[in-house]
Ligand binder design. Structure first.
Ligand code: NAD
Length: 481
């Protein structure tokens, strides 16, 4: 594929951008530039590096509306969500600019007299970022801000389905005056990313994408002993106990399951609910879900996202039809929304009542599909919660889970028992904040322990160096003298 043409998924006759696939010669040049730039960028004091990022942050803020409109067209997400995504870049830059003066190490106590010991963090080298299409602006910032502040250089390889926002993200860094080669972008599909990952110039790899791609890239990175951070798929659940505030549940599940068209790694994909309240919740969800798309007018509401591609649209439908064939009861949706003019790739907000264990209750759909699993209320509340937690955790993923209850004991038991990197009490599975105490990432096959958007990101972008300073003027032998 030499040329990549990207269409607005909400209006597929509209071309949003065209890109050329980066050639191997171009990639080699970028990789060399990345290594050369690292030599000086890594030696610059971190607060000085922060000044460049502050300038870029101000440009993102000035151009927020323009960038949001482009993002809105590029991947179809509602304009309000697109504005939020650009705001996320600004917030992430604010946070990591502050961290420029706080990349702390450790000082310790030597076992010997007149000797000091400290451990500092240093940058590692050129990084390669491989990103998905669903957050094509914010996710590059989660990687770039800590990487740059820590003193690394990077090449971003955005998704071929939405490369423009990533391109603009890097362009603005360069407009802010970053030295040549510090921030670069390569375009193309998987093979471009793989070429960059395999290069000896590359010292850090950070992937946001699906589990199979993450596994493949991590294996290549492991051969070169490269630092590798993985942020992969999810199969997230919301547990609802009978005492929950059902208004809150309906609002939260609607946003969690259908926000961004269900195309978030944290999207609510399973509702595990006490049967006592499930009829009411499901009926209300069905009524509210219908508001995302007016079937009579053949029109999507402003807050409903299209599916990114025809291939993904077909994949979602195939998974839903397979679930129905396996015995799931279709409550609503379950079809491609088509006005006959091929305007956009829309899938009806779907609810399926399922028995736990059928494929759709275990696999990531990445679309607006909610599997409802009902729990038998003829058991004590603690046993019901245990059953819910078993179902929630019985998947290969571990990204985000939530529970709605007013019972503090049961709520806290769930918080501790969910096997996931993100957990919410009385809130939906999506909408992670960035910076500070908030760290984004998953357990199990969702990742390999790395975290983004909070201070733990420095674990990916720095390496430790322990320095011993002996001012005793004699040989002191550890563990002997
Ligand atoms: P994908 O895995 O198909 O692609 C992700 C990126 O990997 C793209 O840039 C693609 O070109 C690249 N790629 C593909 N093959 C490659 C190879 N062999 N070598 C190097 N790079 C390669 O994922 P997608 O469809 O773009 O995004 C959806 C997936 O991303 C979902 O599984 C979703 O859950 C996940 N996701 C995770 C997070 C998170 O932070 N955990 C955030 C957003 C999306």
């Amino acid at each position: 594929m030499d040329k990549i043409v990207n269409y607005n998924p909400a209006n597929i006759s509209e071309i949003v951008s065209e890109h050329k696939t980066s050639s191997e010669e171009e990639l080699d040049l970028m990789l060399q530039k990345s290594t050369v730039a690292f030599a000086s960028w890594s030696r610059m004091p971190a607060p000085k590096r922060g000044e460049y990022l502050m300038r870029a942050r101000d440009i993102y803020a000035e151009r927020k509306e323009e960038l949001a409109q482009i993002l809105h067209k590029e991947n179809g997400k509602p304009i309000e969500e697109a504005r939020g995504e650009i705001q996320e870049i600004i917030d992430v830059f604010d946070f990591f600019n502050g961290q420029a003066r706080a990349i702390y190490g450790l000082t310790g106590q030597s076992e010997m007299a007149n000797k000091a010991i400290m451990t500092i963090r240093q940058p590692i080298g050129p990084a390669v970022f491989i990103t998905a299409w669903n957050f094509p602006a914010a996710v590059p910032s989660w990687k770039a801000a800590p990487a740059l502040i820590a003193g690394n250089t990077f090449i971003l390889k955005p998704s071929e389905l939405a490369p423009l926002s990533g391109q603009l993200f890097v362009d603005i860094l360069n407009e802010a005056g970053l030295p040549d080669g510090v921030a670069q972008v390569a375009t193309g599909a998987g093979e471009v990313g793989e070429y960059l990952v395999r290069s000896n110039h590359t010292k850090i790899v950070s992937v946001t994408g699906s589990v199979p791609v993450g596994r493949h890239v991590a294996t290549i990175a492991a051969e070169g002993f490269k630092k590798c951070a993985l942020e992969l798929g999810g199969k997230n659940s919301t547990i609802v106990l009978a005492d929950a505030n059902l208004d809150l549940v309906v609002d939260g599940v609607l946003w969690g399951a259908y926000g961004t068209g269900g195309q978030r790694c944290t999207s609510t994909s399973r509702l595990i609910i006490d049967k006592t309240v499930s009829d009411e919740v499901v009926t209300r969800l069905k009524t509210e879900a219908a508001r995302f798309y007016d079937e009579a007018a053949k029109q999507a509401a402003a807050n409903y996202a299209p599916i990114i591609s025809k291939k993904q649209l077909e994949k979602i439908d195939a998974m839903v039809q397979e679930a129905i064939a396996e015995g799931a009861e279709l409550v609503c949706g379950g079809k491609v929304l088509d006005d006959g003019s091929d305007k956009g790739y829309y899938y009806a907000p779907t609810i399926l009542k399922c028995k736990d264990g059928i494929k759709i209750t275990k696999q990531e759909v990445f679309g607006p599909v909610l599997a409802v699993i009902e729990l038998d209320p003829q058991q004590d509340p603690e046993s019901l919660l245990d059953q819910a937690l078993y179902i929630a955790n019985d998947v290969e993923y571990g990204l985000s889970n939530s529970i709605y209850t007013k019972d503090v004991n049961l709520g806290m038991k769930a918080v501790h028992s969910f096997e996931s990197g993100l957990v919410y009490l009385n809130a939906p599975t999506i909408g992670a904040e960035c910076g500070g105490a908030s760290m984004f990432g998953g357990w199990k096959h969702t990742g390999n322990g790395s975290r983004e958007s909070g201070i733990a990101a420095f674990e990916t972008y720095t390496q430790y160096k322990t320095i011993a300073i002996d001012y005793s003027n004699k040989l002191q032998r550890a563990q002997i003298d």
